[in-house]
Design a protein around this ligand. Structure first.
Ligand SMILES: NC(=O)c1ccc[n+]([C@@H]2O[C@H](COP(=O)([O-])OP(=O)(O)OC[C@H]3O[C@@H](n4cnc5c(N)ncnc54)[C@H](O)[C@@H]3O)[C@@H](O)[C@H]2O)c1
Ligand SMILES: [Zn+2]
Length: 443
């Protein structure tokens, strides 16, 4: 500190990492420290060092060497599209089309050589940066995607193990050291289930837990990995739609307490996330609908009809949308809150029904209706794709649950709504309006 590195970096035509952090956070470092603490600054620092290299940069051996172990992503776009974008510009190497096309061909081999990952578009770039691999048939090649070459413990739910467990075991081959089962559903997310798992695990600190299953399995096994030996690597292989588009993305892991869901957990970003949309073919229809509620939520936030896409693309786009937000706000200090669109209402309905009385997906579908109405938006999409039906719960209990949520947030009811310029979080809405919309969701 004080050595003059910032001045030196700028003198050399480089950029100081502190400048990047400030630009990303939108405020000076002193303010980040004061308002959010040093840990938050370090987290930002870790996430912020992203370099966009020009097309010719890797022709220099020095640049190639400097890239070393750094994750290098090749944004591979076809030459016609590239030319369309640059023709007529003042870029010196984009004046003559034939020369441009020659350069493109010449450099491809070099790009292939330095790239760790090839991306087709910005969504692929985000997924690569987040360590998420989406590919039809990825389960069959699971062994290639689990980082490192150390031992693996495969953790799954008994139902999913029966359908896809053998494929996972074959794909892990000789790296598979242990297999474990968690109880099905929310039972996995209990201290008793984890106590048993922790006692059974034999991995040392270099091992990896691979979690094969829905969101309950990935939440529980992820937390098991976060705490076992003070934290070992883990790789979720989500098998339900909920888990592929939501639960396995973003590094949140948790178990439940009798007092409520997800009350004990940790932020523990996976070493790699392997998503095989083909696994959804065996998913029962009601489970699919659970996931579609989060897909519609994501599409509304992204301002794009993601729910209309075929499975592979739907999963890729939803996963990348959530991953981008989580990379920018890993510890949920701000922007990440938008992912709760519709969820304040949903949680109130779930609490009023007693957990298990109404599924999360159905409650989210209803919550999205309320959020859209309060945002002055059309609700047709939610009605057509999710067909939400009002739930028969006690109105007072639901309203009380909403009040508890309010107490947890400094005394004001704050919601995520869709504004003219996109999603907004922390929006204060008059209580009477909130109460009216909550009532409309109840049969
Ligand atoms: N960590 C997060 O950020 C986050 C986000 C959203 C949800 N969650 C958590 O996720 C959990 C819900 O996840 P879920 O809906 O996947 O529940 P789940 O894990 O219980 O799976 C639902 C059911 O589908 C079955 N199943 C899963 N994949 C299958 C497949 N390919 N073929 C056939 N059957 C399959 C399972 O065996 C189970 O019976 C909740 O506990 C929730 O709190 C976490
Ligand atoms: Zn949800």
């Amino acid at each position: 500190m004080g050595a003059g590195k910032s001045t030196a970096a700028r003198e050399l035509g480089g950029t100081d990492a502190d400048d990047l952090v400030e630009a990303a956070a939108g405020k000076p470092i002193a303010e980040i420290f004061r308002e959010e603490g040093e840990a938050a600054f370090r987290a930002l620092e870790e996430q912020t060092i992203v370099l966009a290299l020009g097309g010719g940069a890797v022709t220099s051996p020095a640049v190639r060497e400097a890239l070393g172990d750094t994750l290098t992503i090749w944004l591979d776009v076809d030459v016609d599209t590239c030319w369309e974008r640059v023709k007529g510009s003042d870029r010196p190497l984009a004046q003559d089309e034939a020369a441009f096309r020659r350069l493109y061909e010449e450099r491809r081999a070099l790009y292939a050589d330095v790239a760790d990952v090839i991306a087709r578009d910005v969504h692929d770039v985000v997924l690569a940066a987040a360590g998420i691999h989406v590919e039809h048939g990825a389960l069959q090649r699971l062994g290639e995607f689990v980082p490192g070459d150390t031992s693996v413990a495969l953790v799954s739910d008994p139902h999913v193990a029966g359908i896809h467990g053998m494929d996972a075991q074959l794909a892990l081959g000789s790296r598979l050291a242990e297999t474990h089962e968690l109880p099905p559903g929310e039972e996995a997310k209990t201290l008793a289930a984890l106590d048993r798992l922790w006692q059974e695990l034999r991995l040392d600190r270099s091992g990896t837990i691979v979690a094969l299953g829905g969101g309950c399995t990935t939440d529980a096994a992820g937390f098991a990995a976060a705490a076992y030996l003070r934290g070992i690597a883990w790789t979720p292989v989500p098998t339900s739609l909920v888990a592929q588009v939501d639960a396995a993305i973003g590094g949140k892991t948790a178990i439940d307490l009798p007092q409520g869901k997800n009350l004990v957990g940790a932020f523990h970003w996976p070493a790699r996330t392997v998503i095989d949309p083909a696994l959804l073919e065996t998913l029962p229809e009601p489970q699919r609908l659970e996931g579609m509620a989060e897909v519609v939520k994501t599409g509304l936030l992204a301002g794009d009809a993601l729910w209309e896409l075929p499975d592979g693309e739907l999963v890729r786009r939803c996963a990348s949308f959530k991953a981008a937000i989580c990379l920018r706000d890993p510890l949920e200090r701000g922007e990440r809150a938008i992912l709760n669109l519709g969820h304040t209402f949903a949680h109130a309905l779930e609490a009023a029904a007693g957990y298990g009385g109404v599924t999360h997906g159905r409650a989210v579908a209803l919550g999205l209706l309320a959020a859209l109405r309060l945002s002055g938006r059309d609700t047709r999409v939610v009605e057509e794709v999710l067909r939400p039906r009002p739930v028969a719960v006690d109105r007072e209990r639901a309203w009380e649950a909403m009040q508890r949520d309010k107490k947890a947030r400094d005394g004001e009811l704050r919601l995520v709504l869709l504004g003219a310029d996109g999603p907004e979080h922390g929006v204060v809405v008059p209580e009477a309006d909130v109460r009216r919309e909550l009532d409309r969701l109840i049969a």
